[in-house]
Design a protein around this ligand. Sequence first.
Ligand code: ATP
Ligand code: MG
Length: 585
Amino acid sequence: MAWKTIEKPRAWTLAPNLLDYEKTRETFSWEEARRALDGLPDGRLNIAYEAVDRHALGSRRDHLALRWLGRSGETRDFTYGELAKQTNRFANVLKKLGLARGERVFLLAGRIPELYISALGALKGGHVFCPLFSAFGPEPIRQRISLADGRVLVTTAALFKRKVAEVCASLPGLKHILLIGEPGEINAIAGTHDFRLLMAQAGEDFAIASTQPEDLALLHFTSGTTGTPKGAMHVHEAVVAHYMTGRIALDFHPGDIFWCTADPGWVTGTSYGIIAPLTHGITSIVNEADFDAEQWYRIVQEQRVSVWYTAPTAVRMMMKVGTDVIRKYDFSSLRLIASVGEPLNPEGVVWGQKAFGLPIHDNWWQTETGGIMIANYLALDIRPGSMGRPLPGIEAGIVRRVGDNAVEEVTQPGVEGELALRPGWPSMFRGYLNDEERYRKCFIGGWYLTGDLARRDADGYFWFVGRADDVIKSSGHLIGPFEVESLLLEHPAVAEAGVIGKPDPVAGEVVKAFVSLKPAYTWNDKLRRELLGFARQRLGAVVAPREIDCVANVPKTRSGKIMRRLLKARELGLAEGDLSTLESQ
Ligand code: ATP
Ligand code: MG
């Protein structure tokens, strides 16, 4: 595919934080980065102190930290001073309940202010915060709380009744359930506490736990795209990376209005939906409602969002709605749009420019890395379809496994292999919950192996090929589903595409595609043949799909990732595996 590089301006009205990539890489050190934070006496560090108290105690006390936009149109604002008091109250609530350092506080709620207060309050007390996506059913909830030996659960009265009540009895370690809701509805539920009442009774002062940088702080379950979700454990030191990536990859400047559309049930919604913007003392927008293109455009316009962090699935949904509606809105406040979670199809990058006047900057990371590792920076030219270049302080490489316990680095440009990172960055996960063996196996020959396949070009840009589990081997060729999906998206009829390898006696595997269509199109044999021909002409016979089917929706995880393993299981009539994170269809 011939996508032209998008060249960046050489003169800026507001200079990006990262202007000279090479030079910054040379001089960067994580020790130096740590000095941008305040820290606690004796080398201690606490995420919530860096995110809230240091601003509340300083000149940003009255600056807007969080603006919450409720589902029914209401707004609630929290200054840094107010957030400090509220999070102190919650830390006091946990203290009164007798919660010990390191014990797990689970959160099951939509994007409501209490979620943000609980997360930061739990960190202040030195407890481990573990978010659960609010759409999980009872069994995924039970499984995760039980696996992590959760001690406290904060949830809403409604979610409790619908999902938690039936599994409580099988969670003996879960000592306290705090319900958010109206007093009347809560009083009736035995064995629970009224969150708001406890908060009202708690004091506004709290001496923050003087946590060690290596103390556990966050537990995040992965998206479950390739199998049963894993619990990735992160420590307080991670905040150094949250801060630095906010500075370099998301280009936070004082006065920015930042909107991360991810839900805190996933790592992006915590690292960037809660922590990173607050460490910079800027304003973060929280939107309670789910995706709605026009409502989103209205938020950007009305809130004067300057940095917008979203995901390819949202970009594809916006593309599906089209650009006509966009013309009604003013996007002049936007300075940077970034995306993460899946490969961003080149079509999406370029569409951003047409729609908003700004290309969309793809970046790559995963639950295990805790923060952005590879990015397209504001000041660097974009190669649409590329994830960009490694962050200063991050060494990324392409490696090949040789045998069970060794890897060799692939140094030739353009050759694919597994994407690997040199361990040692602050937000690197410190373990998989209850699975030491699996954790150990991720590190070979001085590299952390990510499980993703990629290529590096001669200029150091990384290109995503596919997940190691999704890659298709056909007639001796390795085919990444992303390449095929991106091409199919270029056809005007296609809204979404998911591509798998289907076993074939001759080729080993052949490429099979599933597409969903834009509203104006209907599926018939003519369109199928047209798509097959379109793909064959552009991709060549080996890479192009041999079969294309139409589906109403391509199955996705709740964080918006295409679940190719499910497409494959269904196609082959195999067991569907762990579906706890499947988006309802
Ligand atoms: P599981 O590990 O349970 O299968 P998951 O890998 O989808 O789930 P996450 O940690 O949420 O869970 O997602 C990280 C993965 O998402 C990356 O390893 C990569 O495969 C994909 N990803 C994230 N950002 C990008 C990107 N910009 N380009 C391509 N792939 C991306
Ligand atoms: Mg993963």
